[in-house]
Design a protein around this ligand. Structure first.
Ligand code: AP5
Ligand code: MG
Length: 217
């Protein structure tokens, strides 16, 4: 049973790749961003607590994320099928916490997949992203537009923009990534766990490169 971390800046395509890998190989997709957005949408106490951080492009406190991840990694489906962690860990304290969880019986970390693309492309991808309000399918008005403008190809639901995908907030998220998350590359490089991928290419080509590097078929 495998566990992989997807590391890379906002907009690089972590969610898109995770969906494809999970569909093909049956891993669970554990996206802290998706979990938090769902809490915000439902207006839970947790959602109310984290909304301000997310809207401003900052990070949610480590202890909040730690509780979410500890619970999720202990669940049956993750234990059985393995998972792709998308958006966690994102700070050095989160990486240390993750080590402790692994020690306490969570599945061991196999590989860190680092996705890379230049900032200009990331900003384009982020500001052009649209998400279905109903089924959460992801589109991009520049790169993968829906057949009918504003309408989801999959379920016919309305497409909306994520609140943090404005130009100003996207730039702040990229800055925060550089300051708080990029140090993790070195942390995992020292353990020889990092595989690097050029993510500025077609998503199917990227998928092929990742499958080859991980010997998945
Ligand atoms: P999160 O949801 O994790 O956002 P992110 O890391 O900023 O990444 P994105 O989801 O924006 O981008 P992505 O890499 O998934 O790209 P995607 O595949 O969608 O976090 C949001 C917030 O939650 C954070 O700011 C923070 O506040 C909080 N948070 C979450 N986790 C946290 C943690 N651990 N600690 C603290 N706070 C946390 O693709 C982007 C667009 O490009 C899409 O339109 C897609 O269609 C398109 N696209 C993708 N791949 C390609 C391709 N190959 N070719 C062309 N277009 C492509
Ligand atoms: Mg994402």
């Amino acid at each position: 049973m495998a566990i992989y971390v997807l590391l890379g800046p906002p907009g690089v395509g972590k969610g898109t790749l995770a969906e494809m890998l999970c569909e093909r190989f049956g891993f669970m997709h554990v996206s802290t961003g998706d979990i938090l957005r769902e809490e915000v949408r439902r207006g839970t106490d947790l959602g109310l607590r984290v909304k301000g951080y997310m809207d401003s492009g900052g990070l949610v406190p480590d202890e909040v994320i730690g509780a979410i991840i500890a619970g999720r990694l202990a669940e049956d489906d993750v234990q059985r099928r393995g998972c792709l962690l998308d958006g966690f860990p994102r700070t050095l304290p989160q990486a240390t916490l993750f080590d402790r969880l692994i020690h306490d019986g969570a599945p061991a970390l196999d590989r860190v997949l680092l996705l890379q693309a230049d900032e200009e492309l990331l900003l384009k991808r982020l500001t052009a992203r649209r998400v279905c309000a109903r089924c959460r399918a992801v589109f991009n008005v520049l790169f993968t537009p829906p057949r009918q403008e504003g309408v989801c190809d999959r379920c016919g639901g309305p497409l909306e923009q994520r609140r943090d995908d404005t130009d100003a907030t996207a730039r702040e998220r990229l800055r925060v990534y550089g300051a708080q998350t990029e140090p993790l590359v070195r942390f995992y490089d020292e353990r020889k766990l990092v595989l690097r991928f050029d993510a500025a290419r077609d998503k199917n080509e990227l998928l092929r490169a990742v499958c080859q590097a991980l010997s998945l078929s």
